[in-house]
Write a protein that binds this ligand. Structure first.
Ligand code: SF4
Ligand code: SF4
Length: 632
């Protein structure tokens, strides 16, 4: 029996911290996502195929995938319509999540010239001036606050501007060749909220029934996310908190410390996590922690994308990716989990109730029953952050040392490869990268993104695909939970170049960079768009001509649907390692995996096996190289 349990613990992840903590969690009576995933088996076949519809109260309706039962919903919607509508609603939710995150950042950014966001500053004025110039805003002879005010006005307008004019950030940052394609196909995004709203309208009962037309609107919405919403979040986070530059830090649950008050910040928006990290430096709070017996003071660690935000800007250690949130609490050593929004399992409150950990929600739009709610007031950010840190410090006395088990594993990493940092590493010009690509030292570039998912072995797809690709001299850039997985497995160290093929290894060693570059959080997939656009322009080609691809080997989030779709609309082949709920419609599958390429230059393919996926991606890259006349 014990051997069978051990086999289960070891089967769910390639991360060595998981098995031991899963065993401890079970001993402590704690249930995790892996247990709940098993309890959900078998998952509903209609849902997996995408053929159930609840879009009106004549339903729910289900289409019989075997052809014996109903082939239409009560309104007459076919499987093609239902599958396309469901997928587009996922995409809209993902775009909304990214873009609402951006809206919160614009609000704080605008609060600086308005004078109420006193605890935030313009940290990267050069970046601000660059954004203003790209948007056509006058910068000469103007001070930063004046420029910030005008930039904020333009960016706020991106959400809901009326009219048919394209989004300003799309005009400013997307390559001309791409914009021509989007105009021709009729998917040039106009306003972020409008594209999301239009999906909700089109998918209402009795509106758009054509899968192609629905998916085209989905691509338009995804472009509004990638080239405006997410991009805005990235650009302004850099202005507010600094543009990332390579730095060393550590990753995995071993960053939690027995001798310190441990605060886990989890979620997505640096507006909160940066202030918590700063408040933890407060001498009075540190003294209070030490007086209570925490000799190591206060230890802030990150999780998920907000973890990436403070990792790449402040070197704050990252405790793990999405599926490790419950295990972090099961160490018994967290005084507080401070969350904002996205990817926060409501179950953490139940896990925390088995220990002394306090879960603190901070966002008016993200409450969890059973958590303490301390609303994060951005007008008095440091005061609120100190209040939250104080709650954690005071909770240290409630820790039961007998229930503490912190894994030893943690790994060093180098994070913070913004586009600016990559350019600096290249000596200020794209020439060395272009030359390495042309000569074949670097065969291609792949952006790996997205989540972790209990449907597949945790971290396995990310690690295997990355290893397989770097071995073939393919440079990897990535974000999100992929980036954390890489950090934990040593692939973000310059020394990892030893695992790369000879050409990539030579380039990495010459530049002192890892073969897999941490570019940031989920919204920072927009950095990849900027980098690819700049590279395509530099080479005088369009993005689909580049030997490049995207991948989301373990995706689960609706945001990943939006990211994958804006990669496809930007002209990339995109690999998905978990199957999206579309197999109930041959037509939808055909549009996503074949027809999309003729329209926008990119398409999806699904391959759960990361070794096979690497082969498909490498073949695609070889084909693109042949077309460019470059050696394979
Ligand atoms: S929209 Fe049509 S398919 Fe969907 S629930 Fe209503 S009647 Fe059924
Ligand atoms: S990569 Fe996916 S799971 Fe990880 S933080 Fe982003 S959306 Fe959440």
């Amino acid at each position: 029996m014990r051997a069978a349990r051990r086999e289960f613990y070891e089967s769910v992840s390639v991360d060595p911290t998981v098995a031991g903590l899963l065993e401890k969690a079970e001993r402590d009576g704690v249930e995790t996502a892996w247990h709940r995933y098993l309890a959900q088996q078998p998952q509903c076949g209609f849902g997996l195929l995408g053929v159930c519809c609840r879009n009106c109260n004549m339903g729910p309706c289900r289409i019989d995938p075997f052809g014996y039962g109903p082939q239409r919903g009560v309104c007459g919607a076919t499987a093609d319509t239902i599958v396309a509508r469901n997928l587009m609603r996922m995409l809209a939710a993902g775009a909304a999540a990214h873009s609402d995150h951006a809206r919160d950042i614009v609000e704080v950014f605008k609060g600086i010239p308005e004078g109420w966001a006193k605890d935030y500053q313009i940290r990267d004025e050069e970046k601000l001036r660059g954004i203003a110039r790209a948007l056509g805003i006058e910068v000469e002879g103007r001070d930063a606050l004046e420029i910030a005010r005008e930039v904020a006005e333009v960016l706020e307008w991106e959400f809901g501007k009326p009219g048919e004019e394209p989004l300003r950030l799309v005009e400013a940052y997307a390559p001309k060749k791409r914009r021509e394609v989007w105009r021709r196909v009729g998917i040039m995004p106009r306003a972020i909220d409008r594209e999301i709203t239009e999906i909700m309208h089109r998918t209402h009962m009795g509106v758009d029934a054509d899968p192609l037309s629905l998916i085209a609107q989905g691509l338009r919405c995804a472009l509004a996310d990638g080239w405006s919403g997410s991009m805005m979040a990235t650009l302004l986070s850099d202005v507010l908190f600094g543009t990332p530059r390579p730095l060393r830090a550590t990753a995995n649950l071993g960053v939690i410390r027995e001798d310190a008050v441990n605060i886990l910040v989890h979620g997505h928006n640096p507006v909160l996590s940066v202030k918590i990290a700063e408040a933890a430096e407060d001498p009075e709070l540190s003294k209070m922690a030490r007086d209570l017996g925490a000799e190591g003071g206060i230890n802030v660690v990150g999780m998920c994308c907000t973890g990436n935000e403070i990792l790449m800007r402040m070197g704050i250690p990252v405790a793990g990716n999405m599926l490790q949130q419950e295990l972090a609490i099961a160490t018994g050593a967290l005084e507080a989990v401070v969350v904002d929004y996205q990817c926060i399992m409501p179950a953490i409150v139940d896990v925390a109730s088995c220990y002394h950990t306090k879960v603190i929600t901070t966002e008016p739009k993200a409450h969890i029953p059973g958590a303490i709610h301390v609303e994060f007031d951005k007008a008095r950010a440091m005061e609120t952050a100190r209040e939250i840190v104080r709650i954690a410090v005071e909770n240290f006395k409630n820790r039961n040392p007998e229930r503490v088990m912190i894994p030893e594993e943690k790994c060093e990493l180098v994070a913070g490869f913004s586009v600016e940092a990559i350019l600096e590493a290249l000596g200020g010009t794209l020439d060395p990268l272009a030359d390495a690509l042309k000569s074949g030292k670097i065969k291609g570039i792949v952006g790996i993104v997205g989540c972790v998912n209990p449907k597949v072995r945790h971290d396995h797809g990310h690690v295997t695909l990355t290893r397989e690709l770097i071995k073939r001299d393919i440079l990897i850039v990535g974000t999100g939970c992929w980036a954390i997985a890489m950090g934990k497995h040593g692939l973000l160290l310059p020394e990892a170049a030893e695992m790369a093929g000879p050409g990539l290894r030579e380039v990495c060693e010459a530049l002192g960079i890892p073969p897999a570059l941490h570019m940031g959080s989920c919204v920072d997939c927009s950095r990849m768009l900027i980098a690819l656009g700049a590279l395509a322009d530099h080479l005088g080609v369009d993005i689909p001509d580049l030997p490049a691809a995207g991948s989301a080997p373990e995706w689960m989030s609706e945001k990943a649907v939006s990211i994958g779709s804006y990669f496809v609309a930007s002209g990339l082949l995109v690999h998905l390692g978990t199957v999206p709920p579309v197999l109930g419609s041959k037509k939808v599958v055909e549009i996503l995996t074949e027809r999309a390429e003729g329209l926008v230059g990119g398409r999806f393919f699904v391959e759960p096996d990361p070794v096979k996926a690497a082969r498909v991606i490498a073949d695609h890259i070889a084909e693109k190289r042949r077309a460019l006349g470059w050696p394979e």
